[in-house]
Design a protein around this ligand. Sequence first.
Ligand code: BT5
Length: 261
Amino acid sequence: MINVGKIKSTIETELVGKEIRYFQMLSSTNTVAKDYAGKRAKDGTVVVAEIQTQGRGRLNRPWISPKGGVWLSVILRTKLAAEEAPKITLIASVAVARTLHRLWNLKSEVKWPNDVLIGGKKICGILTEASIAGKHVNAIIVGIGINANFDLEDLPYDLWKSTTTLKEVIGKHVNREELICVLLKEFEECFELFKERKIGRLLDEWREMACFLGKRIEVKSFRENWAGKAIDIDESGALIVELDNGERKRVLSGDVTVREI
Ligand code: BT5
């Protein structure tokens, strides 16, 4: 079990995680966080769960969330437009990578738009959503899922090849309270840089970890598919792909598959 008292007594943040809502089981921390956001939850409130029964990825894809993982969502009340959400996802991936490095000296890779990988395998997924009230963004919800203390056997077989967990990488259980404290601190620091319009530094850090940049990729988007070379990400978090005819495409959402290792 995650010991919330231990997190509260050791966390070093100003705002993020000062208020924690803990559940042994819920549908999705993002769904519950949205609900709290509609009920005036404080800025920086974090929803944490031991198990999610309907954990979500993008396009409502299932995020399998067994016991032992770190499944949490941060409620951000800073005034942001919904278009800023992709940038927040990039910031959160940098925060996750910094955390894994600081705690266990692990070297992460990132895959656009929302994956953190270790040794080419997904260890973390991020889902940033806007909570809308009427015509306005009421809050931004940043959902972070880290495969921590469980075995691959706890996930469906079709994920085993592409996925890893901290337990597998490090060879033992990790201290999840420590992981959450450091993650929220790193996230708060990265988000501060974003608010100070110093996102350039974070994007550079992200680019250094982006193993797919410069490689041949396929992008499956909502309506279309493209093949080409992954060139860069721009200031808004969009992926720039150079198609075979030389045209440069700015992709706002989609899934990337690397075709050249
Ligand atoms: C993501 O979506 O990677 C975002 C996942 C966000 C999860 C967090 S947990 C806390 C918060 N509450 C939520 O309900 N969600 C957030 P996407 O890029 O669409 O990837 C989804 C795909 O990842 C699935 O279709 C599976 O193929 C794969 N997948 C599912 N569970 C996984 C797991 N535990 N580890 C690795 N891959 C997984």
